[in-house]
Write a protein that binds this ligand. Structure first.
Ligand SMILES: NC(=O)c1ccc[n+]([C@@H]2O[C@H](COP(=O)([O-])OP(=O)(O)OC[C@H]3O[C@@H](n4cnc5c(N)ncnc54)[C@H](O)[C@@H]3O)[C@@H](O)[C@H]2O)c1
Length: 313
């Protein structure tokens, strides 16, 4: 099997490509940027906002069996400031779908728990009506709708995964993208105060290896035609606050973190705990690393240790 991964220089793309390669599956990546961590993923520098016909020509001689589409502007807050980028996410998904149509390839689409909006009841099911809380959410909802429409009109087999706060490895390119986990690890280790936007927020943090296991299983079942046209939550299925997160990072580093709180920012959700029943049933998904242990592993992977200032020396 040979798989095209869009967004292969990103966090999930890097982890996925490496896992697939370890399993003997060939990967071709596409990304705007060089990979910041590894040079063992065969990839092309290309901007997927370009017209779909160019992509079809570019890959005309590449044998491929399946596409995993992860390329996107992936930060909620960034797209509140630049809503036009939500439209570019949709155009990118459209282009990748046109490529899948031209080549009759199945697609796995990387969507988000943001497709749910805020979930006051705390538990989500995939058939809950959608509410766009931000332009990013809207771009994921539109992407999911396009994927579904290509399945029903053109017979493109598809799976949609709704990810949630993935963390653990290949996510610390903070100058490009600020993610809460590596940012807090860096700041707490340096003895600096961290700002929590939304003391009340409860989120479902997913250790990256669990996310990747779900995607790999989905790829296998989709390729073999055993599962298709499903939308599946992939998360830990447990909620934690950002205050918990700060505490766990402090414990892993052996320091007492300094923290202040600010209100939740516009467009951000305040509560999400995934219902992962469907992932368990369809994929045999069974997350194994929960937040406190995952944070320990993330800190170990980062190679960051507490500074004398953080230790109060
Ligand atoms: N990581 C998470 O916690 C999380 C949660 C929910 C959903 N998602 C979704 O999963 C996917 C992967 O997330 P990630 O965390 O790896 O994101 P990421 O930002 O680390 O990776 C995305 C990659 O796509 C590339 N890209 C963006 N636009 C492109 C374009 N026009 N042409 C070519 N490449 C382009 C970027 O350069 C980047 O390397 C995204 O679609 C994201 O929205 C991620």
């Amino acid at each position: 099997m040979r798989i095209l991964i869009t967004g292969s220089s990103g966090q999930i793309g890097t982890n996925l490509a490496l896992r697939l390669q370890e399993a003997g599956i060939e990967v071709l990546g596409i990304d705007l940027r060089e990979n910041a961590w590894v040079d063992t993923i065969k990839d092309l520098r290309y901007d997927l906002r370009r017209p779909p016909t160019e992509l079809i020509d570019l890959l005309a001689d590449e044998p491929l069996d399946l596409v995993v589409h992860l390329a996107a502007y992936a930060k909620v807050h960034e797209l509140v400031i630049h809503p036009e980028r939500a439209l570019e996410n949709i155009a990118t998904t459209f282009g990748v779908l046109e490529f899948c149509r031209a080549r009759a390839l199945p697609i796995v689409f990387g969507s988000s728990r943001e497709a749910y909006g805020d979930t006051s009841e705390g538990i989500t099911a995939e058939d809950r009506p959608v509410v766009a809380k931000s332009p990013y959410s809207a771009s994921k909802i539109a992407g999911e709708a396009l994927v579904g429409s290509y399945s029903s009109c053109y017979g493109i087999p598809s799976l949609v995964f709704r990810f949630s706060n993935v963390y653990g490895r290949y996510d610390n390119d903070l100058e490009r993208m600020e993610r809460v986990m590596p940012l807090f690890i860096r700041e707490i280790a340096a003895g600096r105060e961290v700002t929590v936007f939304g003391r009340e927020k409860v989120l479902d943090f997913t250790y990256v290896d669990d996310t990747i296991s779900a995607i790999c299983k989905g790829i296998d079942l989709l390729y073999r035609g055993e599962v298709q046209a499903h939308t599946i939550n992939v998360a830990a299925g447990r909620g934690a606050s950002l205050i918990d997160l700060v505490e766990f990072i402090g414990r892993a580093l052996g320091v007492t973190p300094k923290l202040r709180t600010e209100p939740t920012r516009p467009g951000e959700i305040t509560r999400y705990v995934a219902d992962i029943t469907k992932a368990r049933r369809l994929l045999g998904y069974d997350p194994t690393v929960f937040l406190e242990e995952g944070v320990r592993r993330a800190v170990a992977w980062s190679g960051v240790s507490a500074s004398p200032a953080a230790r109060g020396e």
